[in-house]
Design a protein around this ligand. Structure first.
Ligand SMILES: *Cc1c(COP(=O)(O)O)cnc(C)c1O
Length: 431
């Protein structure tokens, strides 16, 4: 494939940007390839600077649930930019999006807008600590909650991919209040509560783990987490940066019928613009400054252009619930198809699907936890990735990421993807 323009840009980028990218996983290191530089995107398609067209399953890592360049979002943003890009003062859009979030997720009685998922989670943790007057946090191995110091412990996503359990530059004392448990194993959480009686401020979890591939909560795992937090006076924080507004209007809380105390959002909430949010019960969110003593601020928070994008996307989702039916059906077709290909060619492929999130692990047997996810053959995934790219399918450049299905994907897109996957698996098996 001729990727000359991408390669020339990457050479220039590497001189002036660490690794040539502004977020590590984009560098394609996990698959031993060079990144494609993107020219534009539309609907389910993304186009690189060398003129290749791909069916896109990254979808900006989740935000583009309606597909790229949705006309309603473009219209809303175009109208907003005519009026100025930022004021640092309140606007109607911020009230409207907060009211809409409350309508879609009724237990989010108050919400604060920020600029990224990282910021949302970092702030929610501060609120949990301020509210409970405790310091310790429980997180799960392989769950990613952004790159703030206290959460870069046994995190997933790019860190899992690069095999770096922690980050340099995180002071020991910033991480020492972070306790780690095993996803889908409530006994490891019970043990931490026993050992740290009265000291745990919150348990934070990705209700569907989507940064170690895609792993669904098994059995009563989320219900048990809810119960153990309530019993011990700790807050339950759902990090819904991926699942929020994706699994259902009300995200994983609605999908699984579990109410968290605090919820963090990002990705979809900004419609493609940099937005995050955290919210919860009034009583808890009343801790946030200027109402309460937990300080959190942002010069560009609630930016009018970003709010216009997020509002347009959330309104579409709120008013058209059939979107969820459609994308979940497409994702199931994709997952079933990938599973059949694995069976047909006796390839070790284990496929997980939750709503519109799909992951094909290159391993045998059901993947329900971090250890099993880690048993995946990442070299096989790398081969698969490169051959799929050559066939016009743009996948996440790492095994431990989700495939994101959008409302712009069609049955024909899924068929083409499955044909490419079948060809690819045949080629890989043939050597
Ligand atoms: C992406 C992600 C984050 C971080 O969001 P950013 O906008 O990249 O800072 C946090 N939590 C989860 C579950 C995520 O997937």
């Amino acid at each position: 494939m001729n990727n000359k323009t991408s390669e020339a840009l990457f050479e220039r980028a590497k001189k002036v940007i660490p690794g040539g990218v502004n977020s590590p996983v984009r560098a394609f290191r996990a698959v031993g390839a060079n990144p494609l530089f993107i020219e534009k995107a539309n609907g389910s398609r993304i186009y690189d600077v060398d003129g290749h067209e791909y069916i896109d399953y990254v979808c900006s890592w989740g935000p583009m649930i309606l597909g790229h360049n949705h006309p309603e979002i473009l219209k809303s943003v175009s109208e907003a930019i005519q009026k100025g890009l930022s004021y640092g003062a309140p606007t109607a859009g911020e009230v409207e999006i907060a009211e809409l979030i409350n309508e879609m997720v009724p237990n989010i009685e108050m919400v604060r807008m920020v600029n990224s998922g990282t910021e949302a989670v970092m702030s929610a943790i501060r609120v949990a600590r301020g509210y409970t007057n405790r310091n310790k946090i429980v997180k799960f191995e392989g769950c990613y909650h952004g790159h703030s110091d206290s959460l870069l412990v046994k995190a997933g996503s790019g860190l899992l991919t690069e095999g770096v359990p922690d980050s340099l530059g995180v002071p020991k004392n910033a991480a020492e209040d972070t306790l780690t448990a095993q996803y889908n194993d409530i006994t490891t959480v019970e043990k931490l509560f026993e050992e740290n009686n009265g000291e745990i401020a919150a348990v934070i979890v990705e209700p569907v783990a989507a940064n170690m591939g895609v792993i669904a909560p098994q059995g009563d795992f989320l219900k048990d987490l809810r119960a153990i937090c309530t019993k011990n006076g700790a807050l339950l924080i759902f990090d819904e940066v991926i699942t929020g507004f994706r699994l259902a209007k009300g995200g994983a809380q609605e999908f699984y019928g579990i109410e968290a105390d605090l919820v963090t959002y990002g990705k979809i909430i900004g419609g493609g613009m940099p937005v995050g949010a955290y919210g919860g019960r009034r009583e808890i969110m009343s801790c946030v400054s200027p109402l309460g003593g937990v300080y959190q601020a942002g010069t560009l928070s609630g930016n009018p252009v970003a709010m216009a994008a997020g509002l347009a996307q959330l309104r579409m989702l709120n008013e058209n619930p059939e979107i969820y039916v459609t994308i979940n059906k497409l994702a199931k077709k994709l997952a079933d198809g990938l599973r059949e290909i694995g069976e047909k060619y006796k390839a070790p492929i284990s496929v997980n699907v939750v709503g519109s999130l799909v992951c094909a692990f290159f391993t045998e047997g059901e993947v329900t936890n971090y250890a099993k996810a880690k048993s995946s053959d990442t070299a096989a995934y790398a081969k698969y990735f490169i051959k799929m790219e050559e066939k016009g399918i743009y996948l996440a450049p790492a095994q431990f990421e989700a495939m994101f299905v959008s409302f712009a994907h069609t049955e024909a897109d899924i068929d083409r993807t499955l044909n490419a996957a079948e060809e690819t698996i045949k080629e890989i098996i043939g050597g």
